[in-house]
Design a binder for this molecule. Structure first.
Ligand code: FAD
Length: 287
């Protein structure tokens, strides 16, 4: 199933992200985790792509495990550290495995001194994917602006160019203050970006995650969440419960304000995903 049309049907959807293992011998366990999450019947499941374009086969292996559970997989694919020939081969393998949906990403820039190979931006990958077959193509967006963009105005401008290159839907970077998403959607619409947007929600359930997430994504932590992290720093069970409640509340507010597509960054934790899905059982119908 093509995810782009699913996201336009007006119903409320919850989708989930999982990541593949770094090492080949972790595939069976990661596949089992992905299938446990698939049993919760999300609208689709995305599988990330290894840093620096490594281990493409691992992404495909986990995507196949998702498909075995009759849940639509979305394969992530990065380009900045790959040649066109390599990307062509990865897409050919995806097609042969029946994959119809790809999230086109630039990926992290190479280390200083190492050159970018043949793709500079995700927009070039979006065009390339369409040349390789009938894929539904998604892309990333950043409600707080991408850190390298030089500002949110330029970022929206580049995002519009990326969408015009053939993007069927967008998934946002995680955010913890819904006001930031509403502001982004307003600016995106004004710029003429009208593809469906999946709102990315990351449940923060350990204090270690707080620093890591702020460092990696640059996301702003609202004072309300900072108070939770401070208060429950020494009580892991309370931190987990409060993190699940915070993510649940964030999603309820999004749905109440008309957002129909929610994407959960599961961090490969089925029990946390299940707790959130259970909390939302009357708000979002799964399956
Ligand atoms: P782009 O859209 O190419 O943008 C990169 C930067 O360049 C931005 O600052 C943009 O404003 C700017 N820009 C774009 N076009 C131009 C232009 N023409 N001229 C000048 N500047 C321009 N990483 C992984 O390694 N694996 C994953 O699986 C993965 N999954 C992700 C999923 C989501 C939903 C998100 C939000 C991110 C994910 N990432 C992943 C991280 C992503 O690879 C990085 O954030 C990366 O730095 C940017 O990727 P992009 O596709 O958004 O890049």
């Amino acid at each position: 199933m093509k995810i782009g049309s699913l996201l336009r049907d007006g119903k409320v959807h919850l989708s989930c992200e999982v990541f593949p293992p770094k090492k080949f011998d972790g595939i069976a366990q990661a596949a089992q985790v992905a299938q446990e999450i698939a049993d919760l019947r999300p609208a689709f499941m995305s599988v990330t792509y290894g840093a620096a374009g490594s281990t493409p086969g691992h992404t495909l292996a986990i995507a196949k495990a998702v498909a075995e559970k009759d849940v639509t997989p979305l394969c992530h694919l990065t380009c900045v550290q790959s040649t066109r020939e390599h990307v062509r081969q990865v897409l050919s393998d995806m097609k042969a495995a029946g994959m119809e949906n790809v999230l086109a990403l630039r990926g992290d820039l190479p280390k200083e001194g190492e050159p970018v190979k043949e793709f500079a931006y995700a927009s070039e990958l979006v065009e390339f994917i369409h040349q390789q077959g009938d894929f539904c193509v998604g892309a990333a967006c950043y409600p707080e602006g991408h850190p390298e963009s030089g500002g949110r105005i330029k970022d929206i401008d580049y995002l519009k160019r990326k969408v015009d290159a053939g993007v069927d839907f967008l998934t946002t970077q995680m955010f913890f203050d819904n006001g930031i998403l509403y502001n982004f959607l307003y600016r995106a619409l004004r710029a003429g970006i009208d593809v469906p947007v999946c709102a990315g929600i990351m449940p923060i359930t350990t204090t270690q995650q707080v620093d890591r997430v702020v460092k990696l994504s640059g996301s702003i932590m609202p004072p309300r969440f900072a108070a939770i992290a401070d208060r429950f720093a020494d009580d892991p069970a309370a931190m987990t419960q409060a993190g699940i409640a915070f993510a649940t509340e964030q999603i309820i507010d999004l749905v109440a304000n008309g957002i129909t597509n929610i994407h959960l960054y599961t961090m490969n934790k089925p029990w946390i995903t299940k707790a959130i899905v259970d909390n939302l059982s009357h708000v979002i119908k799964m399956g």
